[in-house]
Design a protein around this ligand. Sequence first.
Ligand SMILES: Nc1ncnc2c1ncn2[C@@H]1O[C@H](COP(=O)(O)OP(=O)(O)OP(=O)(O)O)[C@@H](O)[C@H]1O
Ligand SMILES: [Mg+2]
Length: 461
Amino acid sequence: MTIKPREYLGTPLFEGAVKLLLLGSGELGKEIAIEATRMGVEVIAVDRYENAPAMQVAHKSYTVNMLDGAALKAIVHREKPDVIVPEIEAINTDALVELEEEGFFVIPNAKAVKATMDRVLLRKLAAEEAGVPTSRYEFAENLDELKDACEKVGYPCIVKAQMSSGGLGSSLVFSLNEVPKAFEEARTKARGFGGRMIVEGVIEFDLEVTELAVAHLGDDGKMKISFPKPVGHVRSGSHYHVSWQPFLDLDEQAGMTKSPVEGYGSQRHLAEDPPRGKLLWSSKWNGKYVPKEVVEEAERKIYDVAGKVVSRLLGDRGGLGLFGCEIFVKLGEDNGKPEVYFNEISPRPHDTGMVTMITQDLSEMALHVRAVLGLPIPEIRLRSIGAAHVILSHKDGKWAPRYGGVWEALSMPGVHVRLFGKPVTYFERRMGLALATASSITEAREKALKAAHLLESKIQY
Ligand SMILES: Nc1ncnc2c1ncn2[C@@H]1O[C@H](COP(=O)(O)OP(=O)(O)OP(=O)(O)O)[C@@H](O)[C@H]1O
Ligand SMILES: [Mg+2]
């Protein structure tokens, strides 16, 4: 695939328009659409329901089931987009492969979209081909193999289906007699199952980070990878709740972080995202400040892991776009060396990366749009420390909710609110986001939490 630097943009809805087809029209898609329309790009948004967030800001939309390959192809053949940008996983990837063979440009490339959805392929690619550290793992195809795999990995371990997301079909297993239940869970609850399973050893990390590595054209017109500051987050379940950037706020003069670690199992973590079950561990670094050298080394290792996996995924075919590379960070005992482990990667902006809407000069969606259009990214600047906290609905099936508390939330200096405009609620659906800038991570997380909980408590159903 040869991708040339883009010299011209066009006028939407007219001859010569540059067209971006968005497959998936959620909140990330909405921001992608906004960033693209800012540059006069024509945006066509697709999703399975009407009035999805990105449809509200796109030039045109289609409501179809994106697992239906024929429907996807019919839209692409009619619209002839310059770029096809997948925003979700539930897309017929075989249709994407065929469209790419016909000459359409799928972001980042159709093979990479397929590989990132497949836990078996992805783990082999990361651990065996790219050689980056991961949790211990074994694969299994049936119950007997799964029992052997769990015994080999040791307990507790996590069983995950080959194809799934959002935690569906994954279970934590503590002993051999729990394996059949985990097998059934993976087989029946996973989004796509895929026929195989992976068993992973549990990594008792201190923090999770997302590295939003972006593959784009460099000065010489060749593909290069740039690395924004890692985004930190903690979660107790499989859904995104709170994130912040940078992942540790280094105070150069003091030679250590400005904020203490409030990672997995910290009081702040528990207040932000109360765990559903028992927490398996709590970070030994909670409440401690991290020395400069450790922050720098962790950062180097994060970029190294993300860079290796992205390069391997793109392979010789090349490709463009931003990736959300999920990484576990374990800070050593005392002042020891940090260790980082690859978890998984999405070939698109990541929900935890929405914090970049206030922390960076170019948000993760703005970076994605620049990259996929073949435009340059000469630098990525962190403008401020910031945090983001989700605003969830707590009722099911309520249409057109109204959001109270906006006056009070927006009266807090540095607080911004994003309401996604989703037409209907369901239990724990992400309806919006409270964002906050501050001079330390602790303060930013505090403000984002306060604003989000205030707005959440005042949703009128
Ligand atoms: N090996 C592991 N050790 C410790 N924690 C893990 C491990 N694997 C997963 N987790 C925890 O479970 C979360 C979800 O796991 P994973 O990213 O594999 O699943 P997912 O279904 O793709 O979730 P999502 O779509 O929300 O990213 C991780 O972010 C992490 O908190
Ligand atoms: Mg994940």
